[in-house]
Design a binder for this molecule. Structure first.
Ligand code: HEC
Length: 281
Protein backbone atom coordinates (compact mmCIF):
# COMPACT_ATOMS: atom_id res chain seq x y z
CA UNK A 1 0.00 0.00 0.00
CA UNK A 2 1.44 3.31 -1.12
CA UNK A 3 0.06 6.74 -0.40
CA UNK A 4 1.79 10.00 -1.32
CA UNK A 5 4.97 8.02 -1.94
CA UNK A 6 4.97 6.42 1.52
CA UNK A 7 4.83 2.67 1.90
CA UNK A 8 2.38 1.28 4.46
CA UNK A 9 3.14 -2.41 3.89
CA UNK A 10 0.59 -4.80 2.46
CA UNK A 11 -2.68 -6.62 3.06
CA UNK A 12 -3.18 -10.12 1.75
CA UNK A 13 -6.75 -11.09 0.87
CA UNK A 14 -7.53 -14.67 -0.09
CA UNK A 15 -11.23 -14.08 -0.59
CA UNK A 16 -14.10 -11.79 0.35
CA UNK A 17 -13.95 -11.00 4.05
CA UNK A 18 -10.75 -12.92 4.62
CA UNK A 19 -7.85 -10.51 4.72
CA UNK A 20 -4.66 -10.61 6.74
CA UNK A 21 -3.15 -7.38 8.03
CA UNK A 22 0.02 -8.64 9.70
CA UNK A 23 2.16 -6.84 7.14
CA UNK A 24 0.48 -3.46 7.49
CA UNK A 25 3.12 -0.91 8.51
CA UNK A 26 2.82 2.24 10.54
CA UNK A 27 -0.91 2.77 10.33
CA UNK A 28 -2.56 2.00 13.62
CA UNK A 29 -1.93 1.71 17.29
CA UNK A 30 -5.32 0.06 17.68
CA UNK A 31 -3.81 -3.35 17.28
CA UNK A 32 -6.83 -4.87 19.01
CA UNK A 33 -8.66 -4.39 15.70
CA UNK A 34 -6.39 -7.14 14.39
CA UNK A 35 -7.05 -10.68 15.52
CA UNK A 36 -3.96 -12.37 16.99
CA UNK A 37 -3.50 -14.27 13.72
CA UNK A 38 -3.53 -10.95 11.83
CA UNK A 39 -6.97 -11.29 10.28
CA UNK A 40 -8.75 -7.98 9.94
CA UNK A 41 -11.95 -7.18 11.78
CA UNK A 42 -12.53 -3.71 10.46
CA UNK A 43 -10.63 -2.55 7.41
CA UNK A 44 -12.01 1.00 7.38
CA UNK A 45 -10.84 1.50 10.95
CA UNK A 46 -7.30 0.49 10.07
CA UNK A 47 -6.71 2.10 6.69
CA UNK A 48 -6.75 5.66 8.01
CA UNK A 49 -3.72 7.90 8.65
CA UNK A 50 -4.07 9.68 11.97
CA UNK A 51 -1.50 12.47 12.15
CA UNK A 52 -2.58 13.99 15.47
CA UNK A 53 -1.24 13.03 18.90
CA UNK A 54 2.15 11.43 19.34
CA UNK A 55 0.63 7.98 19.05
CA UNK A 56 -1.32 8.50 15.86
CA UNK A 57 -4.76 8.56 17.47
CA UNK A 58 -6.67 11.33 15.66
CA UNK A 59 -7.36 12.20 12.02
CA UNK A 60 -8.07 15.90 12.55
CA UNK A 61 -7.29 18.64 15.05
CA UNK A 62 -11.01 18.68 15.91
CA UNK A 63 -10.98 15.03 16.93
CA UNK A 64 -7.89 15.76 19.02
CA UNK A 65 -9.55 18.78 20.64
CA UNK A 66 -12.71 16.88 21.57
CA UNK A 67 -10.46 14.67 23.66
CA UNK A 68 -7.94 17.30 24.83
CA UNK A 69 -10.52 19.81 26.07
CA UNK A 70 -11.81 17.11 28.42
CA UNK A 71 -8.50 15.83 29.68
CA UNK A 72 -6.60 19.10 29.85
CA UNK A 73 -9.35 21.53 30.77
CA UNK A 74 -12.30 19.58 32.15
CA UNK A 75 -14.54 20.88 29.34
CA UNK A 76 -17.10 18.41 28.03
CA UNK A 77 -17.98 19.10 24.36
CA UNK A 78 -21.66 18.92 23.45
CA UNK A 79 -20.84 16.81 20.39
CA UNK A 80 -19.50 14.08 22.65
CA UNK A 81 -21.92 14.26 25.59
CA UNK A 82 -25.10 15.90 24.27
CA UNK A 83 -26.99 19.07 25.20
CA UNK A 84 -28.18 19.99 28.69
CA UNK A 85 -26.44 17.17 30.51
CA UNK A 86 -23.73 17.47 33.15
CA UNK A 87 -21.80 14.21 33.36
CA UNK A 88 -18.91 15.71 35.37
CA UNK A 89 -21.37 17.19 37.87
CA UNK A 90 -19.72 20.60 38.00
CA UNK A 91 -23.03 22.43 37.68
CA UNK A 92 -22.34 23.56 34.11
CA UNK A 93 -23.77 22.04 30.95
CA UNK A 94 -23.14 22.80 27.25
CA UNK A 95 -19.51 23.47 28.14
CA UNK A 96 -18.28 23.60 24.53
CA UNK A 97 -20.67 24.05 21.62
CA UNK A 98 -20.33 22.44 18.20
CA UNK A 99 -19.84 25.89 16.66
CA UNK A 100 -17.08 26.74 19.12
CA UNK A 101 -15.12 23.64 18.15
CA UNK A 102 -15.71 24.38 14.46
CA UNK A 103 -14.34 27.89 14.92
CA UNK A 104 -11.35 26.54 16.81
CA UNK A 105 -10.60 24.02 14.02
CA UNK A 106 -10.62 26.78 11.42
CA UNK A 107 -8.32 28.88 13.59
CA UNK A 108 -5.84 26.06 14.25
CA UNK A 109 -5.72 24.54 10.78
CA UNK A 110 -5.66 27.92 9.06
CA UNK A 111 -2.40 28.95 10.73
CA UNK A 112 0.60 29.71 8.57
CA UNK A 113 3.03 26.79 8.35
CA UNK A 114 6.44 26.93 10.03
CA UNK A 115 9.27 28.48 8.04
CA UNK A 116 12.71 27.35 6.88
CA UNK A 117 15.44 30.01 7.08
CA UNK A 118 16.18 31.09 3.54
CA UNK A 119 18.75 30.98 2.23
CA UNK A 120 20.32 28.32 4.45
CA UNK A 121 23.80 29.08 5.74
CA UNK A 122 26.63 26.99 4.24
CA UNK A 123 26.81 24.90 7.40
CA UNK A 124 23.05 24.32 7.48
CA UNK A 125 23.09 23.33 3.78
CA UNK A 126 25.81 20.79 4.49
CA UNK A 127 23.78 19.57 7.49
CA UNK A 128 20.72 19.12 5.26
CA UNK A 129 22.73 16.82 2.98
CA UNK A 130 23.92 14.81 5.97
CA UNK A 131 20.33 14.60 7.30
CA UNK A 132 19.39 12.67 4.16
CA UNK A 133 22.64 10.76 3.79
CA UNK A 134 22.54 9.14 7.25
CA UNK A 135 18.87 8.07 7.05
CA UNK A 136 16.99 10.76 9.02
CA UNK A 137 14.97 11.67 5.94
CA UNK A 138 13.76 8.07 5.56
CA UNK A 139 11.24 8.80 8.33
CA UNK A 140 11.39 12.59 8.54
CA UNK A 141 10.46 13.00 4.84
CA UNK A 142 11.13 16.67 4.07
CA UNK A 143 8.04 17.38 1.90
CA UNK A 144 4.71 15.78 1.12
CA UNK A 145 2.27 16.95 -1.53
CA UNK A 146 -1.49 17.13 -1.09
CA UNK A 147 -3.80 15.93 -3.86
CA UNK A 148 -5.52 19.28 -4.07
CA UNK A 149 -5.17 22.64 -2.42
CA UNK A 150 -8.51 22.64 -0.60
CA UNK A 151 -8.69 21.52 3.01
CA UNK A 152 -12.21 20.39 3.90
CA UNK A 153 -13.77 20.88 7.35
CA UNK A 154 -16.65 18.58 8.15
CA UNK A 155 -19.12 17.84 10.93
CA UNK A 156 -19.87 15.22 11.99
CA UNK A 157 -16.49 13.93 10.86
CA UNK A 158 -16.28 10.54 9.17
CA UNK A 159 -12.73 9.30 9.70
CA UNK A 160 -12.63 7.15 6.58
CA UNK A 161 -14.25 9.79 4.33
CA UNK A 162 -13.19 13.42 4.91
CA UNK A 163 -15.46 14.56 2.05
CA UNK A 164 -18.68 13.86 3.96
CA UNK A 165 -20.57 16.64 5.77
CA UNK A 166 -18.30 19.50 4.65
CA UNK A 167 -19.27 22.91 6.08
CA UNK A 168 -16.23 24.93 5.05
CA UNK A 169 -13.18 24.69 2.80
CA UNK A 170 -9.86 26.53 3.12
CA UNK A 171 -7.67 27.19 0.12
CA UNK A 172 -4.26 26.29 1.54
CA UNK A 173 -2.57 28.45 -1.06
CA UNK A 174 -3.92 31.47 0.86
CA UNK A 175 -2.46 30.12 4.08
CA UNK A 176 1.21 30.06 3.21
CA UNK A 177 1.48 26.70 1.42
CA UNK A 178 3.15 26.87 -2.01
CA UNK A 179 1.55 25.17 -5.00
CA UNK A 180 3.30 21.92 -5.84
CA UNK A 181 4.68 22.19 -9.35
CA UNK A 182 2.06 21.80 -12.06
CA UNK A 183 -0.25 19.66 -9.96
CA UNK A 184 -3.27 20.99 -8.13
CA UNK A 185 -1.93 20.25 -4.65
CA UNK A 186 0.31 22.18 -2.25
CA UNK A 187 3.71 21.31 -0.84
CA UNK A 188 3.93 20.75 2.89
CA UNK A 189 7.46 20.80 4.31
CA UNK A 190 6.62 18.88 7.46
CA UNK A 191 9.58 16.45 7.78
CA UNK A 192 7.48 13.39 8.62
CA UNK A 193 6.07 10.27 6.99
CA UNK A 194 3.07 10.37 9.39
CA UNK A 195 3.76 6.69 10.06
CA UNK A 196 3.86 5.04 13.45
CA UNK A 197 7.24 3.44 14.23
CA UNK A 198 8.40 1.16 16.99
CA UNK A 199 11.05 3.27 18.70
CA UNK A 200 12.24 0.50 21.03
CA UNK A 201 12.13 -0.11 24.78
CA UNK A 202 14.50 2.78 25.51
CA UNK A 203 11.83 5.27 24.46
CA UNK A 204 8.80 3.38 25.82
CA UNK A 205 6.13 4.83 28.09
CA UNK A 206 5.52 3.38 31.56
CA UNK A 207 2.81 1.12 30.06
CA UNK A 208 5.36 -0.36 27.64
CA UNK A 209 4.12 1.35 24.47
CA UNK A 210 7.01 2.31 22.24
CA UNK A 211 5.09 3.07 19.03
CA UNK A 212 5.05 6.74 18.06
CA UNK A 213 4.30 8.78 14.95
CA UNK A 214 7.36 10.33 13.34
CA UNK A 215 7.50 13.80 14.88
CA UNK A 216 7.10 16.59 12.34
CA UNK A 217 10.33 18.58 12.43
CA UNK A 218 8.85 21.75 10.95
CA UNK A 219 9.40 24.52 13.48
CA UNK A 220 11.53 22.19 15.58
CA UNK A 221 14.10 24.84 16.52
CA UNK A 222 11.37 26.61 18.53
CA UNK A 223 9.54 23.66 20.04
CA UNK A 224 11.78 22.24 22.79
CA UNK A 225 11.48 20.12 24.87
CA UNK A 226 11.36 17.10 22.57
CA UNK A 227 10.02 13.52 22.25
CA UNK A 228 6.57 12.36 23.40
CA UNK A 229 7.27 12.94 27.09
CA UNK A 230 9.60 15.94 26.69
CA UNK A 231 12.55 13.95 27.97
CA UNK A 232 14.99 15.69 25.59
CA UNK A 233 15.84 19.31 26.31
CA UNK A 234 18.08 19.77 23.27
CA UNK A 235 18.00 18.66 19.64
CA UNK A 236 21.15 16.62 20.18
CA UNK A 237 19.55 14.71 23.06
CA UNK A 238 16.40 14.17 20.99
CA UNK A 239 18.48 12.46 18.30
CA UNK A 240 20.37 10.34 20.81
CA UNK A 241 17.10 9.11 22.37
CA UNK A 242 16.12 7.43 19.06
CA UNK A 243 16.09 3.65 19.30
CA UNK A 244 14.22 0.70 17.82
CA UNK A 245 13.44 0.77 14.09
CA UNK A 246 16.37 2.08 12.08
CA UNK A 247 18.40 2.93 15.15
CA UNK A 248 21.29 2.98 12.68
CA UNK A 249 20.37 6.60 11.84
CA UNK A 250 21.11 7.55 15.45
CA UNK A 251 24.32 5.51 15.36
CA UNK A 252 25.29 7.23 12.12
CA UNK A 253 24.78 10.60 13.81
CA UNK A 254 26.90 9.56 16.78
CA UNK A 255 29.63 8.51 14.33
CA UNK A 256 29.80 11.89 12.55
CA UNK A 257 32.66 14.31 13.20
CA UNK A 258 31.95 17.16 15.62
CA UNK A 259 31.74 19.57 12.68
CA UNK A 260 29.27 17.38 10.77
CA UNK A 261 27.09 16.97 13.86
CA UNK A 262 27.09 20.69 14.41
CA UNK A 263 26.10 21.29 10.75
CA UNK A 264 23.17 18.91 11.08
CA UNK A 265 22.06 20.68 14.27
CA UNK A 266 22.41 24.02 12.43
CA UNK A 267 20.07 22.67 9.77
CA UNK A 268 17.49 21.65 12.39
CA UNK A 269 18.01 25.10 13.91
CA UNK A 270 16.83 26.58 10.59
CA UNK A 271 13.37 24.99 10.92
CA UNK A 272 11.52 27.84 12.63
CA UNK A 273 7.99 28.41 13.82
CA UNK A 274 6.05 30.93 11.70
CA UNK A 275 6.79 34.57 12.32
CA UNK A 276 3.10 35.53 11.95
CA UNK A 277 1.01 32.43 12.62
CA UNK A 278 -2.32 34.25 12.41
CA UNK A 279 -1.56 36.33 9.33
CA UNK A 280 -4.11 34.53 7.14
CA UNK A 281 -7.04 35.17 9.49
C1 HEC B 1 12.40 5.15 12.32
C2 HEC B 1 12.05 6.47 11.91
C3 HEC B 1 12.96 7.62 12.36
C4 HEC B 1 14.25 7.89 11.95
C5 HEC B 1 15.13 7.10 10.99
C6 HEC B 1 14.61 9.11 12.63
N1 HEC B 1 13.58 9.56 13.40
FE1 HEC B 1 13.55 11.27 14.47
N2 HEC B 1 11.78 10.74 15.30
C7 HEC B 1 11.06 9.61 14.98
C8 HEC B 1 9.93 9.49 15.87
C9 HEC B 1 8.88 8.38 15.86
C10 HEC B 1 10.00 10.59 16.75
C11 HEC B 1 9.04 10.91 17.89
C12 HEC B 1 9.44 10.13 19.14
C13 HEC B 1 8.58 10.47 20.33
O1 HEC B 1 7.50 11.05 20.16
O2 HEC B 1 8.98 10.13 21.46
C14 HEC B 1 11.17 11.36 16.35
C15 HEC B 1 11.56 12.55 16.95
C16 HEC B 1 12.62 13.34 16.52
C17 HEC B 1 12.97 14.62 17.07
C18 HEC B 1 12.22 15.34 18.19
C19 HEC B 1 11.08 16.14 17.64
C20 HEC B 1 10.03 16.46 18.66
O3 HEC B 1 9.27 17.42 18.41
O4 HEC B 1 9.91 15.78 19.69
C21 HEC B 1 14.07 15.08 16.39
C22 HEC B 1 14.81 16.41 16.58
C23 HEC B 1 14.42 14.06 15.44
N3 HEC B 1 13.50 13.02 15.54
C24 HEC B 1 15.51 14.12 14.57
C25 HEC B 1 15.99 13.02 13.86
C26 HEC B 1 17.27 12.98 13.20
C27 HEC B 1 18.27 14.14 13.12
C28 HEC B 1 17.40 11.74 12.66
C29 HEC B 1 18.61 11.13 11.97
C30 HEC B 1 19.79 11.01 12.79
C31 HEC B 1 16.16 11.01 12.95
N4 HEC B 1 15.34 11.81 13.70
C32 HEC B 1 15.86 9.72 12.51
C33 HEC B 1 11.35 8.72 13.96
C34 HEC B 1 12.56 8.67 13.29
Amino acid sequence: MNSHGINFGSIICTGPGSCNGQNIEGLTNNLETLDPDGSLQDLTEILVVRPFSRKGSFTTSRAFDVSATQFHMGLQPVEEFGYFVDPDGDGVNNELFVGELSAMSLFLEGMEPPEITSPLSDQASAGKETFSAIGCADCHIPSLTTRNRFLPFSFPEVESDPLQNIYRVLNLQNHGFPLAGFGSGVRVDLFSDLKIHDMGPGLAEANGNSRFTTARLWGVSDSAPYMHDSRALTLRDAILFHDGERANAKANFAGLSAAEQSNLLMFLGSLNSPANPNMGL
